[in-house]
Design a binder for this molecule. Structure first.
Ligand code: G6P
Length: 553
């Protein structure tokens, strides 16, 4: 921003902003072949963007002027690019192969990573194979992950995405919300003797997680006594067999009463929202097994290498990140839809919300000065085809520009039976929607075309499909563990690219702190132990109403 490269991009925007995708394709039909990128096993079609090859060239110049090359190198080398927390940003080290070496502060982090992965694998194998049992000697049937934010969204998203490769004799559940109904509903039909809890918290201070872990521990100890006749002492001792922890804070884990032997560590250079390739993925590893987990890490690594080494003009995360900047800052786009054509990816948009919005929802630059352009986008989405029957109307005919990512797979992961016995199987019926929607969004239907269908003239304007709505199509052969890793790394690096252009720290999250502090301070006001005078009038009135409703006037 403010650089000659940015000025050139702005001028170019004036030239292309008015062009319709129909015209862009008429002028340059080869864009369908040439505005594509292949990254590891992902094929990305960028041709349905309101951009030309010249746009991409100018965007790359913006990235170069912003120092993207240096920032990428600094991140991969373990420099402390998260300046406000004075930390390295090394989630990419979590996926380095065993024979790699990366020394940070005199320590080979690759050796550390693989030491933890090996311990996780032994544990996962023991649970899966039945040699790790609960206190009554029964094998574990349910793994309950207790965590929130990055300690929840990654594992739950990936578990749902890879359910088809998981051990179906085991079930994972995920408890995150401090709303006590969450832990209640997640445990009410479980047998404590066959339940294992994974308490995942980077800091091991998060109120939600520690509260839920305490509730779960009480449920376990009580249930083992009542349902299995254990003595209070034996039930208490059983916590060691039914609780493991994932954290960077060994002492706090021990204080909670979890045996440090049952703790799987990671490091402060892994941000919460970048952490599920670390020990935070323990519940996932138990579900899908160490081999599939390692395949997923290899997929992450393949995309890391693509990002690190591909020239910017053929670099998927670079181009996607820059196109997001293009729409956010030059077209005024405020939201970004992610629409996976895979029911298994139904939690992927929620996962991306934390990744992108916690990373890039910032309004000051690294040096503390105000940002010079709009940052961040509101990310949202649902799987197709469900969304088509709900919110696509706005995408097709609304007045807003909503860049959208369509993610689809050539092969289904479930065997198909075609109820009709025709040439098209159900996956074809499903995927025809994936292809149709981006075409309809790009090219629309003109008034002439609508009228030619014999439409009542009064209704013609209502049926016109304006088109010119930008989409990225991401196509992969099959939703494998590796492809999931590639997809996640793609978006991680896309997020980083945007942050570099905006000049912000994409790795801190100071904005979440104030609300947490105020919540803690408000507790005595809710119980009636403290007065309401020190609170603002609106909050005081609301709390008074709450108190009255709970009989605490
Ligand atoms: O893993 P934890 O330390 O429990 O943190 C859980 C989450 O809570 C915080 O409030 C942050 O906003 C998230 O980035 C983090 O993932």
């Amino acid at each position: 921003m403010g650089t000659p490269a940015w000025e050139a991009l702005s001028r170019h925007h004036d030239d292309v902003a008015g062009a319709h995708l129909r015209d862009l394709f008429a002028q340059d039909p080869s864009r369908a072949r040439e505005m594509v990128v292949d990254a590891a096993d992902l094929h990305l079609d960028l041709s349905k963007h309101r951009a030309t090859r010249e746009t991409l060239r100018l965007l790359v110049e913006v990235a170069e002027a912003a120092g993207l090359r240096e920032r990428i190198d600094a991140m991969f080398a373990g420099e402390r690019i998260n300046t406000t927390e004075d930390r390295a940003v090394l989630h990419t080290a979590l996926r380095l192969p065993r024979d790699a070496r990366l020394v940070v502060d005199g320590q080979d982090v690759v050796a550390d990573v693989h030491e933890v992965l090996d311990r996780m694998a032994s544990f996962a194998d023991a649970v899966r194979g039945g040699s790790w049992t609960g206190a009554t000697g029964q094998r574990i049937r349910t793994v309950v992950n207790i965590g929130i934010g990055g300690s929840d969204l990654g594992p739950v998203m990936a578990y749902e995405a890879l359910k088809h490769v998981s051990d179906r004799d085991l079930t994972c559940r995920f408890v995150s919300n401090i709303d006590p109904t969450d832990v209640h509903e997640s445990t009410r039909d479980l047998d404590p003797a066959t339940t294992l809890f994974v308490v995942a918290s980077k800091t091991f201070t998060t109120l939600e997680t520690l509260t839920n872990a305490r509730l779960a521990r009480a449920w376990l100890v009580e249930g083992l006594q009542e349902r299995h006749g254990l003595s209070p002492e034996d039930a208490q001792a059983a916590v060691a067999q039914h609780f493991v922890a994932v954290s960077t804070a060994a002492e706090k884990v021990a204080d909670f009463g979890i045996d440090p032997q049952n703790m799987y560590g990671f490091w402060d250079w892994v941000g919460g929202r970048y952490s599920y390739a670390s020990a935070v993925g323990l519940s996932l590893m138990v579900a899908i097994g160490p081999t599939a987990f390692r395949e997923m890490l290899d997929g992450f690594h393949a995309m890391d290498e693509h990002f690190r080494t591909a020239p910017f003009d053929a670099n998927a995360p670079v181009l996607l990140g820059l196109l997001d900047v293009w729409y956010t800052d030059l077209f005024g786009a405020e939201t970004h839809a992610v629409l996976p054509y895979s029911q298994y990816l139904h939690r992927f948009p929620a996962y991306l919300q934390q990744l992108t919005m916690e990373s890039n929802g910032k309004s000051v630059r690294l040096d503390g000065s105000p940002v010079r352009a709009a940052t961040g986008e509101v990310w949202w989405g649902e799987p197709g085809t469900n969304g088509q029957h709900a919110f696509y109307q706005l995408l097709h005919q609304g007045t807003r520009i909503v860049p959208a990512d369509f993610i689809g797979f050539v092969e289904p992961v479930q065997p198909l039976a075609d109820p009709e016995g025709g040439a098209a199987d159900v996956h074809d019926l499903f995927m025809s929607n994936y292809f149709a929607q981006t075409a309809a969004l790009a090219f629309g239907k003109t008034a002439e075309e609508v009228a030619a269908d014999g439409t009542d003239p009064a209704v013609v304007p209502h049926k016109v499909m304006p088109g010119n709505r930008p989409t990225t199509s991401i196509l992969a052969q099959r939703l494998t563990p590796s492809v999931l890793g590639q997809l996640v790394a793609l978006y991680e690096h896309t997020t980083f690219v945007q942050g570099v252009v905006w000049g912000i720290d994409s790795f801190d999250q100071w904005g979440v702190e104030l609300g947490k502090t105020m919540a803690r301070q408000l507790v005595p006001a809710l119980t009636g132990e403290a007065g309401l005078d020190e609170h603002d009038p609106s909050t005081a009135a609301l709390v008074a109403r709450y108190r009255a409703g709970r009989g605490r006037v």
